[in-house]
Structures are given as structure tokens and as C-alpha cells.
Design a protein around this ligand. Structure first.
Ligand code: ADP
Length: 591
């Protein structure tokens, strides 16, 4: 069994805990979102400011009502003031509604941009890198994290922009109204500042830990689901249950930690909110009895300070959400920090010759699985690669197909490193056909992944014997293909890509014998006039090939024609004899 089962993929360094954007990168990303929609943001701020201005009217006017009554003013004066209060309230409501409308539009658009950027970045990862990023982790980033940031952008950020403007206006108004009461009241709120700093020092770590635990849980679940058959076959239920249980316990622990932090922060903030009201009433009472302020001014100051709680609360919620969604955003942006090997500008291959020179390869930090492999593939030849399972045949195939790049040495086509070729150019050189045929949930036409005109698509499908494929618009999500059809589709893709070299990695091994015969005919049509490197699971393939490379323990230990290797009486000869001996009963697998 290879190490590819049950989540045993080779991981990108750091995995779930890694791939985190720095606070600076997150800020820059947020700046880009705002810049991309600057007019909407400007509109939101303008409307928010006007709403905040309208909100300032009511407390001031109520103060005047109290003073008018205290000094024995007439009913009509009070009526006039009350009407003005009503006018302010209406104006505030209408302006706030439009401000929020504009803000939501900004939030939704920004959320959409984040999603699109995320998907674009993931799709732009070279296949070899993407394969090593744990799937569950990517899924958690692309769903839970993106949702969290989207909710913050849509629901919280607009409220906060507006809240911030309101807060500035209210502080200004209360200080202008009465500097002593105003400054005293605002200063008494300074506890919020210290408490918030205390909170912020802890929050990023707590939320990042929580995000990593979520990812690990998703990863464990994905691994268990993906490896269900292996788990069943090897009786690994207990281990997988334990792993799942550990991941859940860890998620619970990190969630409790963040909850504990919140449940100290918020009650603390609420308590501090009560202080200015009390202080201004005491201070105001003292000033009033000494005839230094009017009753209305004290009342207005208290009302203003009460009004401050609304925007302050919005900002506190923002800070809270900002911590968790900041961590989520850092994880989303972190995808941009995945190290992608930079390739030097590539030349154009000057021939179809593939050369493997002094190649070593290891999966991640593991041991070398290929050692000093040298091989020249002659254009037009059929080369079979044989050897026991784990000998390194598939790995060599992946290197020649440009899926992975060698740890040392070079793999070139016409003098150009294969793995450096951009995907569209690579497809025209070498294509790897494996047992896995991915069918996208899309139309047949889209699944052929070729810009060629419909007649060419039909011709390719006919060549591979896909008689069922008359309708290119067939929706393969609603009307799925069976295994043999999926393989024909894969072969049609190869025909359309038209590479000079095809690598077959057990391409027909999964099919039942009847289907295999049809598939082999289709394959023959595809391989016509191309260089073929067949990773052979049946030695018959080796017999029919122009040359055979025998691999053992990551090395090519023999290379030559079938006949030459047989007469050399080395490892290939013994493989051949042991296979040929019982080939009449059953065709065993050499891999
Ligand atoms: P073969 O195709 O001859 O069966 P492979 O190329 O699949 O051999 O494997 C060669 C070695 O590399 C084996 O020891 C295998 O366990 C290891 N290997 C293969 N794929 C991976 C992977 N994704 N991560 C880590 N090790 C791997």
C-alpha cells in the first residue's frame, strides 16, 4: 500500500497552523477591498455622518425643553422644540437607513471579491503544491473562514463606520455643550480603552488557535471519509474514532478559551458604560446647585453620554468580530503565502526529446524515493517501465509529466525543464493518464477542456469509440458517465491536447476485462504516432514495447529491449519467467 491513503498526503510545511498572512498583509488586503469600492465607502461615510449629525439634535433640544419648562417658558415654545426633536429623529432614521443600504452593498461586494480571490488563488496553485495542501484545511478556509469575514463585512463593518462617526460627533457635542461635564464624562469611559488593549493582546492568538483547531477537525473528517475503504479494510475504526475525538476535544477547548475571553471582556465593558452617567449626574448636581450650569445642560450631557453607548457598543462588537474574522481573513489571505517554486523564464523546447539526468526525488522531508535516475526517451519510442510496487515508477512518471519537480538533477523536454512549462504549453508536450478520471459537474463540451471547434470535439470522441457522446451539451452533473465513458472522455482530452508524449500510469487497470478491450482499442488510437511511456502492470506491455526500463528501489537497474534483457538473464528475465510461468492461468500484476 502506498502512503497516499487515508489523509497520508505529503503536507505543505506548517499545514493547518501555517499559511497565515501577517497583520500587515491582512491590513493591505483590507485596504485593497476598500480602494476597489471607494465611492461606495465615501457615500457610506457621508450618509453616516449626516445621520450622526441629525442624532445630535435630540439631546440638545430635550435639554432646551427642560430649561424652557424650568424658566417657565410657554407651551408653544415647548411644542416647537418637541417638533424639532421629531424632525431630527425622522431625519436620522431616514439617513441611517440609506447609509446602511449603501454599506451592505459594499459588504456584499467585498465578500464576493474575497471569495473570488480565494478561488482564483487556489486554482492558480501548481498541481504539485495544491496536492500537498491538506484538503480539509483548504475547505475550512474557503467556507467557514470566508463566511465569517463576509458576515463581518456585511453586518458589522457598516455599523462600525457609522458608529465611529457618531462617536466623534457626540464627543464633540458634549464637550462644546459643557467642557467640564463633557471631558469628565468622556474620561470616565477611558477604562474601555485599557480593557480593550488587554483583550486585543490575547485575542489574535486565541482565535488563530481556534481556526487551526477547526481546520484540523475538518481535515480529520475529510481524511476519514476519503479513506473509508482503507479504514474498513484494515480495521482502523478505533484509530480514526480516536483521532476524530481528539480533534473535537481540541476544538471544544479552543472554543471555550475564546468564550472565556469574551465573557470577561463584555461584562467589563458594560460596567464601564454605566460610569459616565453616574459621574455627570453627581458632578452636574454639584455644578447646578452652585448655579454653574442649567438643569437642561446636565440633562443633555447625560443623554449624550448615554447615546455614546450605541456607537461604542458597535465598535466593541467590531473589535470582537475583527479579532475572529481578522484571524479568518489571515487564514484566507494565507493561501497567497503558500510557497510556489518560482520558475525562471522558460525557453521553447527545441525537440521532443525527454531527458532525465541525475534525478533524485523525495516527498516533502521524507527519504529519497528516486536515486540518481538517468533516462533518455527517444521520440516515437514505446518505453515500458516495470518493477515491483513502491519501486518509484509512478513517481518517475509524475516527474516526466511535470507534475512534480526533481529534488536534484533535471527532467527536460527539448532542453527545457518540463515542470517550468506553463500548463497550456506543458499539455502540448506531455500528458499523464492515470486511473483517476475527473469528470467536472458541467457539460460534456466543458469537460473536454478544449477551445477546438465542435467538429474536432466530435472527431476526438469518435476516435476513442465514445458512440454515446452525440450531445456536447449533455449535463454530466445531471446525467453522469460510467467508468468506461469517463475513461473515454479522458482519452479524448489527450487527443485534443495533442501532446507528443503520453505517460500511461495503470490507465486501464481499473476496468473490467470487457471494457478494457474497448478501452485498449481507444488507447491505441490515442497513442498512434506518439512517444509512449507505459508504467506497466502487465508484462505483456513490456513485451510489446521498444524498450523496457526495470526499476527497483528508486533506481533504473536495467534498460534495453525485451529480447536483450531476457538474454541478459537479470532481474527482468526473472520477473518475466515468474510471470510467464503462470500467465496462462491468470495475468498477474507485476506492480
Ligand atoms: P510505484 O509506482 O513503483 O509503485 P511509487 O512511485 O508510487 O512506486 O512510490 C515510490 C515510493 O514513494 C514508495 O516508497 C511510496 O511509498 C512513496 N510515495 C509515493 N507517493 C507518495 C506520497 N504522495 N507521499 C509520500 N510518499 C509517497
Amino acid at each position: 500500500m502506498s502512503t497516499r491513503s487515508a489523509g497520508g498526503t505529503n503536507r505543505v510545511a506548517g499545514t493547518s497552523g501555517g499559511m497565515i498572512a501577517s497583520p500587515g498583509e491582512v491590513l493591505r488586503a483590507a485596504g485593497r477591498l476598500i480602494a476597489a469600492d471607494r465611492w461606495t465607502v465615501a457615500g457610506m461615510l457621508t450618509l453616516g455622518s449626516l445621520a450622526a449629525l441629525a442624532a445630535l439634535g435630540a439631546p440638545y433640544l430635550l435639554g432646551r425643553v427642560i430649561d424652557t419648562v424650568a424658566t417657565g417658558g410657554g407651551v408653544s415654545a415647548v411644542d416647537g422644540l418637541a417638533l424639532a426633536v421629531l424632525g431630527c429623529a425622522v431625519a436620522q432614521t431616514v439617513l441611517s437607513r440609506y447609509a446602511l443600504g449603501v454599506a451592505y452593498r459594499f459588504g456584499e461586494r467585498a465578500a464576493a471579491r474575497i471569495r473570488e480571490t480565494f478561488v482564483r488563488r487556489v486554482l492558480a496553485l501548481p498541481a504539485a503544491v495544491a496536492e500537498r495542501v491538506p484538503t480539509g484545511d483548504l475547505v475550512a478556509r474557503g467556507t467557514t473562514d470566508v463566511d465569517q469575514v463576509a458576515i463581518t463585512l456585511r453586518d458589522v463593518l457598516p455599523g462600525v463606520f457609522i458608529g465611529f462617526v457618531q462617536m466623534l460627533f457626540i464627543v464633540g457635542a458634549v464637550v462644546v455643550l459643557d467642557p467640564v461635564l463633557g471631558i469628565g464624562g468622556v474620561l470616565s469611559l477611558s477604562g474601555v480603552w485599557f480593557l480593550t488593549r488587554w483583550y486585543l493582546r490575547r485575542a489574535r492568538t486565541v482565535y488563530l488557535t481556534e481556526g487551526a483547531a477547526n481546520s484540523r477537525l475538518a481535515e480529520e473528517l475529510a481524511a476519514t471519509t476519503a479513506g473509508a475503504r482503507t479504514i474498513e479494510a484494515l480495521g482502523l475504526h478505533r484509530q480514526r474514532l480516536d483521532a476524530g475525538h481528539d480533534a473535537i476535544t481540541e476544538t471544544r477547548r479552543t472554543r471555550l478559551a475564546s468564550l472565556a475571553l469574551r465573557s470577561r471582556f463584555f461584562p467589563g465593558v458594560e460596567t464601564i458604560y454605566a460610569i459616565p452617567g453616574v459621574l455627570v449626574l453627581l458632578l452636574g448636581g454639584l455644578l447646578y446647585t452652585n448655579d454653574l450650569v442649567s438643569l437642561g445642560t446636565v440633562a443633555a450631557a447625560v443623554l449624550y453620554l448615554r447615546q455614546l453607548v450605541g456607537p461604542l457598543d458597535a465598535i466593541m462588537i467590531y473589535i470582537e468580530q475583527m479579532q475572529s474574522s481578522g484571524a479568518a481573513f489571515a487564514r484566507i489571505e494565507g493561501v497567497a503565502t503558500i510557497p510556489v517554486p518560482v520558475s525562471a523564464p522558460v525557453g521553447v523546447p527545441d525537440s521532443d526529446r525527454i531527458e532525465v539526468c541525475g534525478v533524485r526525488y523525495s516527498y516533502g522531508a521524507g527519504p529519497d524515493v528516486l536515486h540518481d535516475v538517468d533516462l533518455t526517451v527517444r521520440p516515437g519510442e514505446r518505453l515500458a517501465v516495470v518493477g515491483l510496487s513502491g519501486a518509484g515508477k509512478s513517481t518517475l512518471g509524475r516527474l516526466i509529466a511535470g507534475v512534480d519537480r526533481p529534488t536534484a538533477g533535471t527532467v527536460t523536454v527539448g532542453g527545457v525543464p518540463i515542470a517550468d512549462l506553463p500548463p497550456d504549453r506543458l499539455r502540448r508536450q506531455v500528458v499523464l493518464v492515470t486511473q483517476e478520471h475527473h469528470v467536472f459537474r458541467d457539460t460534456l463540451r466543458a469537460n473536454l477542456m478544449s477551445p477546438a471547434p465542435d467538429e474536432d470535439l466530435h472527431r476526438a470522441l469518435r476516435t476513442v469509440g465514445a458512440d454515446w457522446a452525440s450531445d456536447l451539451g449533455r449535463d454530466l452533473a445531471a446525467d453522469p458517465l460510467d467508468g468506461a465513458q469517463a475513461q473515454q472522455l479522458a482519452l479524448a482530452r489527450v487527443l485534443l491536447a495533442d501532446p507528443h508524449t503520453v505517460i500511461l500510469d495503470e490507465a486501464t487497470a481499473l476496468l473490467d476485462p470487457t471494457a478494457a478491450r474497448t478501452a485498449e482499442r481507444a488507447l491505441a488510437a490515442v497513442l498512434h504516432e506518439r512517444t509512449v511511456i507505459a508504467i506497466a502492470h502487465r508484462l505483456q506491455t513490456a513485451h510489446d514495447a521498444d524498450r523496457v526500463a526495470v526499476m527497483h528501489d528508486g533506481r533504473i537497474i536495467e534498460l534495453g529491449t525485451h529480447d536483450a534483457l531476457l538474454s541478459a538473464d537479470g532481474p527482468y528475465a526473472s520477473l518475466w519467467h515468474s510471470w510467464h510461468g503462470d500467465a496462462t492461468q491468470q495475468a498477474p500484476s507485476a506492480t
